[in-house]
Design a protein around this ligand. Structure first.
Ligand SMILES: C[S@@+](CC[C@H](N)C(=O)[O-])C[C@H]1O[C@@H](n2cnc3c(N)ncnc32)[C@H](O)[C@@H]1O
Length: 294
């Protein structure tokens, strides 16, 4: 395989990518040409907020071809086009054959939540000391246990120790990892909801793979009151959702919120003050876990 690498200004990225598709590139990827430099630009915004910018000032566009001749031909065809003005060819690079499946798998090792509670991909054996295990492979939905926000929620569940018979809501379930974690600690009536259909499907599949029974669905599948409500989303939607989430918590039940940065603690406390008294109960890598008893 050979990569054709191009440097492309923001306005030309779409037309150049489309032209590479038409020239039979096997894949086309776009990266920030200024990544890891002072000129790097963040393009993501929190849910409900627009991204600060639609595209990077300069992108590295990388197209994969099966032969060097095809890659070089694509470079010369593109270079002759008017729309290529302002763009440049960085070069054609030989890509060594790799076992991509093995390479990807090697990046996902078992994740320790506590010494006895682990998240383990299916291509690994659980560690000998593991007493509770969630089997989970990386997929389309967020939640493999590698992010501090997920780990803190699972640590909270493990610290509870026994959720026997408790009703639990995982709001913003992603892969379903928190709902499955609750089931492993005894919860029995579990709803897992998300605005993303792919996350709902992923939750169902992961629950089945773990032998866990739960109800996965869109947010209106949540109903009634729960002993525990877990929501790992982000500060902005969590603030908007304050009355809804608190309304789901039974009297004496627990609310567990993640996806919050340390500097956002006060704004979350204020947003939840009419309904619950939030406290910071864990932190990792600049992220905090906020919890309340209602
Ligand atoms: C950070 S992921 C958390 C996934 C998983 N619960 C975990 O802890 O790893 C946040 C999830 O919340 C979902 N989400 C975002 N806004 C939401 C909303 N307003 N209502 C329900 N789900 C939402 C996203 O689709 C995403 O799957």
């Amino acid at each position: 395989m050979f990569e054709l690498r191009l440097l492309v200004p923001e306005d030309s990225v779409e037309i150049v990518s489309d032209a590479l598709d038409a020239l039979d590139a096997l894949s086309v990827s776009v990266e920030d040409a200024d990544a890891q430099t002072d000129a790097e630009q963040a393009l993501f915004g929190e849910p409900g907020m627009p991204p600060p910018k639609e595209g990077w000032q300069r992108s590295r566009v990388i197209a994969l071809f099966s032969t060097e001749a095809l890659a070089r031909e694509a470079a010369s065809v593109l270079s002759a086009q008017d729309f290529f003005e302002g763009c440049s060819v960085i070069g054609v690079v030989d890509v060594p054959e790799q076992d991509w499946v093995r390479l990807t798998q090697s990046q996902f090792a078992p994740v320790e939540i506590t010494p006895e509670f682990w998240i383990v991909p299916t291509w690994h054996e659980p560690p000998a000391q593991a007493r509770q295990v969630i089997r989970l492979d990386p997929g389309l939905a967020f939640g493999t246990g590698t992010h501090p926000t997920t780990r803190m929620c699972l640590r909270w569940t493990a610290s509870r120790g026994d959720l026997a018979g408790q009703r639990v809501l995982d709001y913003g379930c992603g892969s379903g990892i928190l709902a499955i974690g609750a089931a492993k600690f005894g919860a029995r009536d579990i709803d897992a909801v998300d605005i993303d259909e792919a996350a709902v499907e992923s939750t169902r599949l992961n629950a089945d793979a773990n032998g866990v029974r739960l109800n996965a669905g869109l947010p209106d599948a949540a109903s009634g009151r729960y002993d525990v409500v877990l929501a790992n989303i982000l500060a902005t939607p969590l603030k908007v959702l304050a009355p809804l989430l608190c309304g789901y918590v039974a009297q004496g039940g627990s609310l567990v919120l993640a996806g919050i940065l340390e500097r956002q603690a006060d704004e979350l406390k204020q947003a939840y003050a009419p309904y619950a008294s939030l406290e910071v109960s864990d932190s990792e890598d600049g992220w905090i876990l906020m919890t309340a008893r209602l």
